[in-house]
Design a protein. Sequence first.
Lengths: 765, 150
Amino acid sequence: MAPLDFPSANPVENVSRRFLLKGLIAAGALVVSAPLLSRHAFAYATGADAMPHGTVNNPHVFVSIDPSGEVSIIAHRAEMGPGPRTSLPMIVADEMEADWARCKIVQAPGDEATYGNQDTDGSRSIRHFLQPMRQCGAAARQMLEQAAAKRWGVDASSVKAQNHEVVHAASGRKFGYGELAADAAALPVPPVEALKLKDSKDFRYIGQGKVQIYDLHDITTGKAGYGIDTRLPGMKFAVIARPPVVGGKLVSFDATEALKVPGVEKVIAVQGWPWPSKFQPLGGVAVIARNTGSAIKGRDALKIVWDDGPNKGYDSVEYRKLLEAASRQPGEIGRDQGDIEAALKGAAKVITAEYYLPHLAHASMEPPAAVADVKADKAEIWAPVQSAGGTHEDAAKTLGLPMDKVKVNVTLLGGAFGRKSKCDFALEAALLSKELGVPVQVTWTREDDIRHDFYHTVSAERIEAAVDAKGKVTGWRHRSTAPSILSTFKEGVVREAPLEQGMSLVDVPFDIPNIRCETGEAAAHTRIGWFRSVSNIPHGFAQQCMVAEIAHELGKDPKDFLLEIIGPPRIVDTAKTTKVFWNYGDPIETYPNDAGRLRKVVEIAAEKSGWGKKLPKGRGMGIAAMRLFLTYVATVVEVEVDEKGAISVPRVDVAIDCGFHVNPERILSQFEGASVMALSLAKYGAITFKDGKAEQGNFDDYQVIRIDEAPRVTNVHIVPHPYEVPASGIGEPGLATFPPALLNAVFAATGKRIRSLPIADQLKA
Amino acid sequence: MITLHINGEDRTYDGDPSVPLLWVLRDELGLTGTKFGCGEALCGACTVHMDGDAVRSCGLAAGDAAGHQITTIEGLDPQGDHPVQKAWRELNVPQCGYCQAGQIMQAAALLKEKPHPTEDEIRNVMSGNICRCGCYQRIVAAVHLASTGA
């Protein structure tokens, strides 16, 4: 298969459902093509075609030109901060020589058959759509040029599109894009082989960092529309009381008092699905009112009897013991290289450490919220969803309507971090609107959000390192025990799936002859979901803390030792040495596991941070580096721990290599912000369960970092690459290197090694 | 029935006056620029001005706002060109953008009270406003820029 086959003409057979696809595919199942240089442009294979509905590059789908010259470009991915709603259309505009000031962005509804895959997660927007968007823009440009040439009766090669017009240099004639639009649209779309991409030196916008996010003015003036902001005539406002324990259900309710609350209009039961049921609603009791404030008051007055179901015994203190016990037993092997037993047996020294990381809640500032208007034969939804296409499918199925009778409008997302790739809240709105016959908005309160999340997993990690008499690490056994995301999709999943093991467990790029990675058994008792950086957080925390622990045992500098254990620049052949192989769903030929690039970010972060500089008492520096979602990241954290054990972070340096980069301004902001979010999880982040119920509910007991305790400065250093180094992504990677770098810094500052997150009061004097 | 003075206009609300002002603004009057974040005055997303002071509209009964001048993000400046708004755009502060209306209203109130705050004063006053995306570094810089005349 040629890598540039027109994907919409060759749709991926939808055998595995989208959310299982990534995790269940094993090595070899992906169609892989080696990078190739065509006559006109460098092209490379990505995993895009293995995603539901692949990619589309048709300019008729993405571009329209008004006779006035205004160019409308479709944004088909969701916007939650990293910038794809601006960056992907910007790629089209640059490639078609459109003037950005005369471009308008139109957000696509959920419709993957038309637009290609819309799952805005996994740091895939640029990785999978840079090439199709360039092709789309190039095709539009060439069609405009052909239309102009035809009108002038000259050869197309004698005209040139530049800055929103086509120019015939020989005669000095020109046409604006608006004048050519109708003629150009009537021409056939050139085949991919006939496209000429711009030379990188001619980019106006790509890589320049000068285009501001499209919604900037609206955001600063309160006009930007998030999911929670949709308003329809006659719309009612709802909040829902949901079963407090996952797997529980409604027995009975008494709405007498609730209905006395002023503004409350109705109280009705909401359909729930048995656990696990992917993203279907939990069910419960909905209070419908004239405004959300009244609905909340009404809900407070409900009397409800729940059956807590099979997970009512879930207790985080007890569960931790189970996870840790499992990590001390042999698990299922995901990678087995060399002979780990012999290495450990023959070692001069075995260093063992155990780490623990609790559940986390996403807590995006906009809680889940959606509006639906459902009629007998059609439905329309407005929702801040990461997976517009998935929401489209799930809503149609849930409502029993054909896909073409359901429209999902994608609003801006007020943060998401993986939470809004699950569309349960939109389905709730749809069910309520169907029953009530009027448009309904469902809003989750903060307590709803924190108590009914699809949580980041909880994990016990154990690493044993064999060290020989010369101080060389000869063996590495990493056991990870954590409930899997796939447990939210089907029963019987009791260990991490390939997609989770592929995140910094089995793909560890270390130059160690004997490596074994194992997973222990861990049944889920709540809904587990993707959380930014995902399993890289627990795996990476253990892996990168352990590197610093070994360095300390051996009396070596942690940065030097990190480079030593990564080993010489080389391609780490992960596919050969692992039994479960994922590579984030993309071909290893395009995105190899490159130890040289990992070394490079370590060196840059160390140099920029002034690694090794003399620090005052109470200060320390720590480092960590990983390949995360095919992007290489190294983080150096400088920490200060005062005499009472309070920590502050005066400085962070991050080096990032995401291949060719499109929007450096958004890369900086993503990594600046990730330092803050990562400090939140390291310092405070913990959702704990007692009697099956989450014990936290708002920002008082689920604290996040505020501006007064945020890192004072995060310096982000981007490694530049030409287009020939395939672009990866920047939304997911930011969280995983920071926590181990921070705790390594705390150790350097205090001599105290913290292996269990969050830090909470562990440093209190 | 209560009358609220919002962004220079009189608006009426005939519902329960104990409902927080936030929900009256958003759900009854269509002023959705003011955001819901926590409902407990913990995050600052719902910050508006009451007689020029920053208040959390999720913790203020609508009835208690009657008789006061309320300003929301929509009314901060007719063109959206308050120095804080301009500085926010100049430095590309927002990521998802959701909390930014509350941040901007808090920052505008701070600068009215104290036109040239120190960095520590900025961090102290802005610490009631959570940004989960973590735009704090740029928020500090933008408030500083606004204070020096953006």
